[in-house]
Design a protein around this ligand. Structure first.
Ligand code: DON
Length: 305
């Protein structure tokens, strides 16, 4: 049965459909191979209902939307104090791939920019790189409620071209933030970014965060509630990089974007929202994804302030 929510999502989808702003990411060559017009909008509730429209089954790589999930796993593995000693929680106002540390604390400014995300990857527990990646993959699968897999072509494409992230890894090693082999941390980061998801998966991942860390359908816990609060806090202040201020004033929800074209937003206690549209704006955020979230937030009055 078509509900009021289906109708609202359909209206927002139709209003945004004509938006062709932005361009595909091409600094990872494989990302430039996707269909630029792909578009999906999904909403999942904390009681497990999923509303979806458009290309909800299209797979794309999670990219930076992996960052809050790995940060949460690092919090669970090492505890908040050990993680805070390595990664700050201040908005940077910088692009996601800035080669920077806070000049006073000499830590990455937050876990949503690459420097903080590579540090979080270095904190994942496991005996060897394969076990660490498998723990990450399983963790994301618990959030999504199904087994997720690696897009090998995107991974290899980024591994071949990701010199800037390698530079960040070695900078972190030289400042003693990463203490083991920085290339292993960067490789785990490349792999986590290359996990395939659909827009429906992202909505359920967002709904799991909205549901205090428990998947609304499977009942499995992806993250402890005390860490969910920390993860949603940094998503609120830093999730959209140097557009975080504009996002929070206009949409008003904790969120994270990825250069694969996904955007995920969370209304704690209520819903998870996801949009897929791979053309990106100048900040590396999905141009139509940002518009769709803004329109949905206005229409449903989701702004939390
Ligand atoms: O670090 C990178 O280049 C990517 N694998 C992830 C970047 C990303 O998704 C930035 N977000 N919008």
């Amino acid at each position: 049965m078509r509900t009021v929510v289906d109708a609202i999502i359909g209206e927002v989808y139709d209003r945004c459909r004509g938006n062709r702003d932005g361009a595909l990411a091409d600094y990872i060559p494989e990302l430039a191979q996707v269909r630029p017009d792909g578009f999906a909008l999904c909403v999942a509730t904390t009681d497990g209902h999923v509303y979806e429209t458009g290309d909800a089954d299209t797979e794309f790589t999670i990219q930076s939307i992996s960052k809050p999930l790995t940060y949460g796993l690092a919090l669970a593995d090492r505890g908040p104090a050990a993680v805070a000693a390595k990664i700050d929680v201040e908005p940077s106002g910088e692009p996601f791939n800035e080669i920077s540390l806070d000049p006073v604390t000499e830590r990455p400014r937050n876990p949503m920019i690459n420097a903080g995300a590579i540090t979080a990857a270095s904190l994942i527990a496991g005996d060897d790189p394969a076990e660490r990646f498998e723990r990450v993959r399983r963790c994301y699968s618990t959030y999504a409620g199904r087994e997720l897999g690696l897009d090998r072509r995107v991974y290899e494409s980024e591994a071949r071209t990701g010199h800037r992230n390698r530079a960040i890894g070695h900078m972190l090693r030289s400042f003693g933030i990463v203490t083991d082999d920085p290339d292993e941390a960067v490789d785990l980061y490349f792999r986590q970014c290359s996990i395939n998801v659909t827009c429906r998966d992202l909505a359920l991942i967002a709904a799991t965060l909205a549901n205090n860390g428990t998947h609304p359908r499977t009942g499995r816990r992806a993250l402890a509630p005390e860490h969910v609060e920390q993860v949603l806090s940094v998503m609120t202040s830093c999730g959209m990089y140097d557009a975080a201020g504009e996002w929070i004033t206009q949409v008003g929800l904790p969120a994270k974007s990825g250069v694969g074209g996904g955007v995920l937003a969370v209304l704690p206690g209520q819903i998870g929202i996801a949009v897929y549209s791979p053309r990106l704006d100048a900040h590396g955020n999905s141009a139509r994804g940002v518009q769709a979230c803004r329109e949905l937030s206005r229409t449903l009055d989701l702004h939390f302030l």
